[in-house]
Design a protein around this ligand. Structure first.
Ligand SMILES: Cc1cc2nc3c(=O)[nH]c(=O)nc-3n(C[C@H](O)[C@H](O)[C@H](O)COP(=O)(O)OP(=O)(O)OC[C@H]3O[C@@H](n4cnc5c(N)ncnc54)[C@H](O)[C@@H]3O)c2cc1C
Length: 275
């Protein structure tokens, strides 16, 4: 029998701290977390919130590796609301995980939940039980001379994990957009990282900043994440204008303007069915 590299964890909120104007850090605990084993960097996890109007979190707990087809088959009016987030930190003894939620008004189920989270609230996550798992996308080739990173607030938790993981001395140029000066965080790293924070008053997006930058010599690995259309435009720039090999760029649309993750899931299910 193959062991599933992911399992459902039924957790409870231990603390919810407004760490800055734009972020809530939710700390979760639960007995089973002793089995949790993240791969660091941009380790993604799935969150499952109660379906609006329901109390229980309905997920296919017994489906193992087949959780995705099993979840798709569940009644959309009953199954939990699924969202994708990043593991900000996992601590042992006691086992606790942190998730940093970028707040974006009242429009989103997850951001709204985080803004109101209280100790004792339930949250189910689908998380890794093996450090080597497919939920880590930051995978620089061994021959990369330096690393280019761009992020908006939703990808700041991932950048924190990446910078903490980068080997000592790795050269990195990093651009991070946040909404408020106080959203800037200490990002401990042993890398030789030059971090540029971009605020709304700078009137420069990460995309514009990279276009204007003189980049280091050598062959880079690029990891870019944030709003989908911005990321697509930046990837085009890196491929077409900077001649960076596509295979050396990891790009992730973390959200799409005007579209909820629910709609993105419905889209992807329809595309799978059509294929
Ligand atoms: C691999 C991965 C890792 C991620 N990690 C994190 C993380 O650690 N922290 C985090 O905060 N987010 C993270 N995100 C992004 C997060 O999943 C999305 O922002 C998600 O849409 C939030 O769900 P919601 O229920 O709040 O909003 P939804 O219900 O999905 O969307 C409602 C509306 O809000 C808009 N919207 C969504 N996000 C934003 C935003 N940030 N700013 C402005 N408008 C927005 C949508 O376009 C839509 O119109 C990650 C995404 C991916 C793919």
């Amino acid at each position: 029998m193959t062991t599933a590299p992911y399992e459902f964890f039924d957790l409870r909120v231990l603390r919810a701290d407004r760490i800055s104007p734009g972020f809530v850090r939710v700390t979760l605990g639960g007995e089973k977390l002793t089995r949790f084993a993240g791969g660091g960097r941009d380790q993604r996890i799935k969150l499952f919130l109660p379906h609006p109007g329901r109390r229980e979190i309905v997920v296919p707990r017994e489906a193992g590796l087949d959780w995705w087809p099993a979840w798709k088959r569940m009644d959309p009016d009953e199954r939990a609301t699924m969202r994708t987030y990043t593991l900000r930190e996992h601590r042992r003894e006691p086992d606790e995980v942190d998730i940093d939620f970028a707040l974006h008004g009242d429009a989103g189920v997850a951001a709204r939940w985080a803004a109101r989270a209280r100790p004792g609230d339930p949250l189910t996550i689908l998380g890794p039980v093996q450090e080597e798992n497919g939920g880590v996308d930051f995978r620089p080739p061994a021959d990369a001379d330096w690393t280019l990173i761009t992020a908006d607030a939703t990808a700041l938790p991932a950048v924190a994990g990446i910078l903490a993981w980068l080997p000592p001395g790795t050269k990195a140029r990093v651009w991070i957009e946040v909404d408020h000066a106080a959203d800037r965080q200490d990002l401990p790293t042993k890398a030789d990282a030059e971090i540029t924070w971009l605020l709304p008053e700078d009137r420069t997006t990460a995309d514009q900043a990279v276009r204007a930058a003189t980049l280091p010599e050598g062959s880079p690995y690029a990891w870019i994440a944030g709003e989908a259309s911005t990321i697509r435009a930046l990837r085009r720039h890196l491929v077409n204008d900077r001649a960076i090999d596509r295979a050396r760029i990891t790009f992730s649309g973390y959200w799409r303007r005007g579209v909820s993750e629910e709609d993105l899931i419905t889209e992807s299910i329809a595309a799978e069915a059509a294929a």
